[in-house]
Ligand binder design. Structure first.
Ligand code: AMP
Ligand code: GLY
Length: 426
């Protein structure tokens, strides 16, 4: 098959790495890709949210299947658009109606409430109901959780300890702090527990497969301190996500989610990302995403033992049937190397050295994220998250020590990483 993968992050590097190993993949285009993805196929410069450009690329490259890596094109309706413009092409990714699970937190909460899916108690407010929102906050116990309804590049969630501050921030969010994204704000109860990320590949007809479970590390500083980032590392498996926990996840969350989508006639063929929290052994949903996670994918792809392409194809065709998705018994750990200053402002264009540090090493892979090749042919930094160093190990301790050994050999001005990824599991 000729495959087009949309996106440019570490997630897409890991997907491209996995897809390109398939005997069923005859050609792979990554659009736009990054400074490292050309080793898995061909980079094509286009904006994934430019739906016309994507449709043109599908037609002019005889693409058989599009795999949508990031949420923006899904929320913009790429799947519906291609169904009209290029009806033959298979698409891994939900329609715009399905993408609302990520694109609107208010929709996601209503959906979960209607389907009886365990999640934090909530109410939604707009500028007109600000005073009511302040009164609702006063009925909750701190900390207070405020979420912009729409996409806000991972920045739309505020967690505040103080009631007066939460009431003030609610007013500011509704006043346009995150633009149109926060015209509606979800206020919800704070849940206490450890988070994990569960990924489900579904075929839109009730069939699904669960991928290896991962945990990501969102805060910039060791000990989970400092501001949230896109993710500083990931590990898989996650010890507490054992058989008992995962049975609860399937029965209480995955099955009702898939049934709820079907009931609403939402055509959902693709990945569902369940951001879960383990509250005293009981899984609850923090959020839905409509794509794989980043950097979780950089660990999870190492643990998908089956060929991914037939699974993606079957999901996009609407019939996963009995096709197995085998998990690799080894552990995987990803350490993200980020630019100094991230998640605030940071310089770009720093030359990266040591990119061959894992060459010839079957246990470690350097997945490029925010990298580009400059006019001199040097690979340079071009984003906050730069390189995801991912390793296999017989257990997490071994996987982590391999990733850290390689992380030390990659160099660029300002290189920063957390040295406590996975610590609680080793
Ligand atoms: P979200 O964008 O919804 O994933 O929220 C970002 C982060 O905020 C989550 O990964 C959690 O760490 C935290 N968070 C969101 N909602 C809650 C909640 N109800 N209780 C506790 N933490 C939360
Ligand atoms: N790592 C969390 C996300 O991809 O949203």
């Amino acid at each position: 098959m000729n495959i087009l993968l949309l996106g440019s992050g570490g997630r897409e590097s890991a997907l491209a790495w996995k897809i390109s190993q398939s005997p069923e993949c005859s050609s792979l285009i990554i659009a736009p890709g990054n400074g490292g993805t050309a080793r898995y196929g061909r980079n094509l410069p286009l904006k994934p949210t430019d739906l016309d450009a994507v449709a043109d690329a599908v037609k002019s490259n005889s693409i058989d299947m599009v795999v949508v890596g990031n949420e923006d094109p899904l929320v913009a309706g790429i799947t519906d658009f291609l169904a009209k413009e290029a009806p033959e092409v298979l698409v891994v990714g939900p329609t715009q109606a399905g993408a609302r699970l990520e694109g609107s937190k208010d929709f996601a909460k209503q959906f979960m409430e209607a389907e009886g899916i365990p999640t934090a108690r909530y109410r939604s407010f707009t500028a007109d109901s600000l005073e009511e929102g302040k009164r609702f906050l006063a009925t909750l116990t701190p900390p207070y959780v405020l979420k912009a309804d729409g996409l806000a590049a991972g920045k739309g969630v505020l967690i505040l300890d103080n009631l007066a501050q939460a009431q003030k921030e609610l007013g500011e969010m509704l006043g346009g702090m995150f633009g149109a994204s926060s015209a509606t704000v979800v206020v919800e109860e704070f849940l206490s527990g450890i988070e994990c990320s569960v990924f489900v590949l579904t075929d839109g007809n009730g069939g699904y497969r669960v991928l290896p479970v991962a945990k990501d590390y969102k805060r910039i500083l060791e000990g989970d301190k400092g501001p949230n980032t896109g993710g500083m590392g990931a590990v898989s498996p996650v010890a507490f996500a054992d058989e008992t926990f995962m049975r609860k996840v399937e029965d209480r969350i995955i099955k009702p989610t898939i049934e709820g989508l079907r009931k609403r006639a939402i055509d959902y063929k693709g990945f569902i990302f369940l951001g879960l929290i383990n509250v005293a052994g009981e899984p609850m949903v923090i959020e839905y995403n409509v794509r794989m996670g980043d950097p979780e994918t950089e660990a999870v792809m190492l643990r998908v033992a089956s060929d991914l392409v037939p699974l993606l194809k079957a999901a996009a065709e609407g019939d996963l049937g009995e096709m197995p998705l085998e998990h690799d018994p080894r552990a995987a750990a990803t350490v993200m190397l980020v630019s100094g200053g991230y998640p605030g402002s940071y310089p770009k264009g720093k030359v990266i050295g040591g990119l061959d540090a894992a060459d010839g090493n079957p246990d470690t892979i350097l997945f490029h994220a925010g990298t580009a090749v400059d006019n001199n042919g040097d690979t340079v930094t071009s984003g906050g998250r730069v390189i995801a160093v991912s390793s296999y190990g017989k257990d997490l301790a071994e996987a982590l020590s391999r990733s850290y050994a390689t992380a030390a050999k990659v160099s660029f001005d300002g290189k920063t990483f957390r040295s406590d990824i996975g610590n609680e599991f080793v």
